[in-house]
Design a protein around this ligand. Sequence first.
Ligand code: MF3
Ligand code: CO
Length: 250
Amino acid sequence: MAIVCKSANEIEKMRRSGHIVRQLLDHLKAMVAPGVTTMDLERAAEAKIKELGAKPAFKGYYDYPCVLCTSVNEEIVHGIPSEKRVLNEGDIVSIDCGVVLDGYYGDAAITVPVGNGLKPEIKKLLDVTEASLYRGIEQARIGNSVGDVGAAVQQHVEAAGFSVVREFVGHGIGTRLHEEPQVPNYGARGHGARLREGMVLAIEPMVNFGKPETRVLGDKWTAVTADGSFSAHFEHCVAVTKDGPVILTQ
Ligand code: MF3
Ligand code: CO
C-alpha cells in the first residue's frame, strides 16, 4: 500500500475526529486521581464516544478488547483497562484513544500524573516526552523526510538522558487507523519517505526512563520496559500542509 495523501476536505474531516479525541482526553485527564481504576476511565470513554456521535477505533482492532489503552508506570503502550488496576499517588498513566467519525480516524495519547506525589525525575520524563513530540511535529513539513521527524524526537530524548522505544512506532492515519508510512521515534535526517502535501502522520514518542528494551506481557498486548523503569507516551495526528504542520488532535 502506498502512502495516501488527503485533500483539504478530508483533512477537515480528520480535524473533526481529532477534536473528539481531544475532548475525550481532556475529560479523562480530569478524572485521573488516586483510587480511580483504569476500567473507570474505559467506561467513561465508551459513554463519551457515544455521546459525541463517534465510534471507537481500537475495540475489535486485531481483537483488542477496549476503547482505550491505559498504560501505567512501566507499561509503555497497549495496557488493557482493568477493574483491578487502581491508580495510586505517584503513578503515571498513559491514556491512548482513537475514534472514527464519518469514515476518518483520529488517534492521540497523553501521559498524566496521578495525584501530587510525582517524583521530580518522572515529571522531567513527562515533560521531555511531550516536548519531543513537538520537536517531531515541527519537522512534519513538505520536502522533509520521515527520518527528520524521528531524528528530532530521538535527539531531544537522548539529550535528556532517556531512551526511545524502537519496537513500536507512529504511523500514517486516514480512512484506516494505521496507514503507511511507519513513523519511528528515531532515525537519520534526510532518510526515509519524503513528506508530501496532504500526508497525515500520527507521531507518538514512547520514552523510557531507563533502557530502551521492551517486552510484551502474557496478555499479548501490554508492552512494558524490560528494566522496569517508567515510560511516557504522547501522540498527536499532524497534517503536512503548505502552511506547515497542522495538529488535528487539539
Ligand atoms: N494508538 C495506538 C496506535 O496507534 C493504539 C492502537 S492499538 C489497538 O497504534 F489495537 F489497541 F488499537
Ligand atoms: Co497511534
